[in-house]
Design a binder for this molecule. Structure first.
Ligand code: 5GP
Ligand code: 5GP
Ligand code: 5GP
Length: 212
């Protein structure tokens, strides 16, 4: 068998704002299970190296197995919905994330633990609440990128928590799209990112937070 060496130093825990995924020119499709709540959704938990590189598709012999996450299904549908087209129940998104990223940390988190860890991190961060506590609401208003950063700093307890990325809506406005938060090797604790030099990506100094 082919042995792929897959080591990593930490994780990026990545969440996406559905309003920003959907209001681009590409649009989106609601899941077959219905429109998700107006909340951040999980994109993935990605093993990463301190030097910025990352492993992917580490173990073709351990493909996504839906039977291992049966007990997490309703939580995953709510917290890790897929908004790509055509509509799906999320299984294809979770399959992609496990096969590409999850298999690279399988010696630390097996499939069930990997998805459970991501769900736990989402509630631990409670990102939308942290932003709203700082007066940053998803209503189409614009907010200083520095205020968004400060709110996420509060939520994670880390100054160098990670970064946010922005995309562009139909009118050309830069908007809050994804939040990358650094997590330790165990997949359980927020940490200051070991990587230097990764800064907020594609974000203007004033960022739209669209409704969903
Ligand atoms: P994008 O080009 O949209 O930033 O990233 C495309 C895909 O590449 C992501 O969905 C993710 O699978 C992978 N990727 C991008 N940046 C990183 C990173 O810094 N670390 C890891 N582990 N994967 C990444
Ligand atoms: P990455 O390779 O960037 O980790 O994962 C992105 C892949 O997952 C893309 O192929 C994308 O089409 C698929 N995907 C399915 N649903 C979603 C979704 O809701 N958000 C994002 N960003 N990608 C999704
Ligand atoms: P993936 O290959 O990786 O499908 O997606 C490639 C890129 O297109 C990713 O940045 C993903 O977020 C985006 N994308 C894929 N499908 C959709 C979609 O249905 N709607 C939107 N808005 N973006 C999508």
């Amino acid at each position: 068998a082919v042995v792929v060496r897959c080591d990593y130093d930490f994780f990026y825990f990545v969440q996406q704002w559905p309003g920003s995924y959907c209001d681009t020119s590409q649009g989106c499709c609601y899941p077959t299970t219905g429109k998700p709540a107006s909340d951040f959704g999980i994109h993935g938990l990605w093993p990463n190296n301190d030097d910025g590189s990352y492993p992917s598709n580490c173990d073709p012999n351990n493909p996504f197995d839906p039977s291992q996450i049966q007990d997490l299904l309703s939580s995953l549908q709510a917290e890790w919905p897929s908004l790509s087209c055509p509509s799906s129940d999320g299984t294809s998104f979770w399959t992609h994330e496990w096969d590409k990223h999850g298999t690279c940390s399988e010696s630390v988190l097996d499939e069930h633990d990997y998805f459970a860890a991501a769900l736990a991190l989402k509630s631990q961060a409670n990102l939308l609440q942290a932003l709203e506590n700082a007066g940053i609401n998803p209503n189409g208003s614009f907010y200083a990128l520095s205020d968004i950063d400060n709110a996420i700093e509060q939520a994670t307890g880390n100054k160098n928590y990670g970064y946010v990325s922005c995309n562009t809506d139909d009118y050309g406005n830069g908007q809050l799209y994804q939040v990358y938060i650094c997590v330790d090797h165990s997949g359980q604790n927020f940490i200051n990112c070991p990587t230097n030099g990764v800064t907020d990506q594609n974000c203007p100094s004033s960022v739209e937070f669209p409704s969903f």
